[in-house]
Ligand binder design. Structure first.
Ligand code: AMP
Length: 114
């Protein structure tokens, strides 16, 4: 299997609208936004899904959540609220097998999700 789209973005082979980057984490705007703010926050390490998070990744995932929270503040959606979603597997509509957090906000949302 070839590189996933997100791995190609991490490696600079596909451009992205970058919001944040450090040694371990990259955040960029979703190409097909579902709300005024729709940002994907991903670990640079290739972790396919939540079941693949190892003991050695726990600090990384904690940092990823913290980064997502900071981005929400920067985007001005922290007060109004937002969703932070990991789609995992077929029933959730996961398309890209590289763990990613959808940070979605800027409009009111309904529950349960579709
Ligand atoms: P998921 O369905 O959870 O796997 O989400 C994959 C997300 O990646 C979708 O919301 C897509 O719109 C988004 N996406 C796919 N290709 C790109 C790309 N090149 N740049 C930014 N977002 C992308």
């Amino acid at each position: 299997m070839g590189k996933s789209i997100f791995k190609q973005i991490i490696d600079g082979e596909i451009p992205c609208n970058k919001v944040y980057e450090d040694d371990e984490i990259l955040a960029f705007r979703d190409i097909n936004p579902q709300a005024p703010t729709h940002i994907l926050v991903i670990p640079k390490k290739e972790i396919p899904s939540m079941k693949d998070i190892g003991d050695e990744d726990i600090e990384l995932i904690g940092r990823l959540l913290r980064v997502a929270g900071k981005i929400a503040e920067q985007e001005g959606i922290s007060e109004t609220g937002y969703r932070a979603v990991f789609n995992c597997g077929r029933d959730a509509g996961m398309e890209i097998p590289h763990l990613h957090l959808h940070l979605i906000g800027g409009r009111a949302m309904t529950w349960p999700p579709g």
